[in-house]
Design a protein around this ligand. Sequence first.
Ligand code: FES
Length: 605
Amino acid sequence: LITFLPENRRCEERIGDTLLDLALKSKIEVISVCGGLGACGKCKVRVVKGREFLSPISHKERSFLTIEDISSGYRLACQAKVLKKGEIEVEIPVTSRRGAYILQVEGIETPVTLSPSVKRICVKVKKPALKSVKSDHDLLLEALKTEARSISISCLRSLPVVLRNEKWEVSAILYKDEIIDVRSKKAKVLGFAVDLGSTKLAGYLLDLETGKTLGKTSRLNPQVRYGEDILTRITHIMKDKRKLSVLRALLLKAVNEMIRELVKAVNASTSDVYEVVAVGNTYMHHSFLGIDPSYLALSPYPPVVRKALTYDAKEVGLTINEGGKVYVLPNIAGFVGADCVAAILATEIYKLEKPCLMIDIGTNTEIVLNDGKGLFAVSTASGPAFEGAHIKFGVRAMIGAIESVAIRNCDVLYRTIGNGKPVGICGSGILDAISQMVEHSILDESGRLNENVCKELVKRDGGIKELILVDKDKTAINEDITISQKDIREIQKAKAAIATGIKVLLNNRGISSDDLEAVFIAGAFGTYLDPLSAIKIGMLPRVPLVKIHQVGNAAGTGARMCLLSDYMKRKAEDVAGKVNYIELAVEPYFQEIYLDSIKLKEYNI
Ligand code: FES
């Protein structure tokens, strides 16, 4: 039997199970950035009892665990396998858990004129008479006096009973020109918008008659247990096609749970929800619909489908009203998906007459330029470093994560999320720390740590230089929280990928950074980063800070806009068709621009 601490949760182990498998089986979410490949080192757990029943420390584990770690019983949960049955006790440290993460659901509010695809018409239906017997359906159509051309089968099944129970005064719910439900006049008419992010899901329940957002919720995308970046998940699917339905089922379960949670909070039911509008990157889009995403990982990275899609919710696997629909926004390219289209709608960059940029920062960063004449997009693999992956003490936004850093006279001042005792450093904190280190010449332009400045802050671990941010007696993890030379390189690569995308786009269209009227930064990390730090380390171009707008979850806002407006759906389809996708890798000088962007210095174009 295996016991997980401190919860004391027990489960039966099988020979060959990894500690990660068993933790998941016990409903304990352990961080597994690389999906269990032994490549991220984030699934560290401590074996308190029964080490002898587990596989020996592997090569991969040795590259992430120190000698002290190993002697204290630390293992990588995805690598340690049960070899023999016995009493095993495993402690899961707070830094290896997903639970406490803060997920971003807020986004800018962009007003739309209410004209949803779902409409209610209240009617008084004539009763059938012996003189001229008409069908219930004909009588309903007569009362509706609409162009309604079809009626869903689920609606026909309930029609006779509803008409009679409601004494012939009913609400007919139409999806465009199809009657999808006939119900009591008091029934609610709701819709659900969802942003299917690679790492987090954000859902919104809306009243389709008032346009009000009734509730918001978010959760980690359960697919992260198969890797936090989408390429790892695609690799799982390529190796074993059955994983396609496993990953889809995990996603649908989470989306259905979000719908249930939100309707319950407003005393409604899932049958009051008539439409779901979904956005996500192209992989998430395909995964949601059960479409094989394997070819997204193979050059020339084609999506299976680009156009907007409408299906019956039942067919997709969502539990809403029997006649409910799912609308999925269009994709632009293999790595520029429907979430990017939604963010374009939310920021309204397609409307602006002067050049402007929209940057949605994530594991994959999408950058869209409106050069005043048209829309141009690139996608760049910025990687998960800003989300804490591949960073020694990197964590996502969670209580106790260091979110901002300032260095004054070789003293490190920091702020943590929720004022918690420091557990690690999240993306915005890392960016600040590096920018401050450059400003105080602790780092040079090439990213080399100079141990002669603020000597007292620099130490070495296994020959690698590190800057101590917080001494171990002040942290919640009993270790110094540091930024290592290796971490700095990871951030340099991530920020260079973003800067390269921006430079290539601007160069391609002959736009200078001074021409930019506005720069919109979307995404969770984009909400919290300090734009000045991002400019100083050369991630964003040098533009006046007043031109930078941090817009939060713009993809979620775009999804809500489409739920409330049929016109915005048409707009999404129109905009998606007009975006010119530029493949970064085939641009001349791509490599030179990237290498130059590694430098930690400001730039303008
Ligand atoms: S090293 Fe275990 S999940 Fe990445």
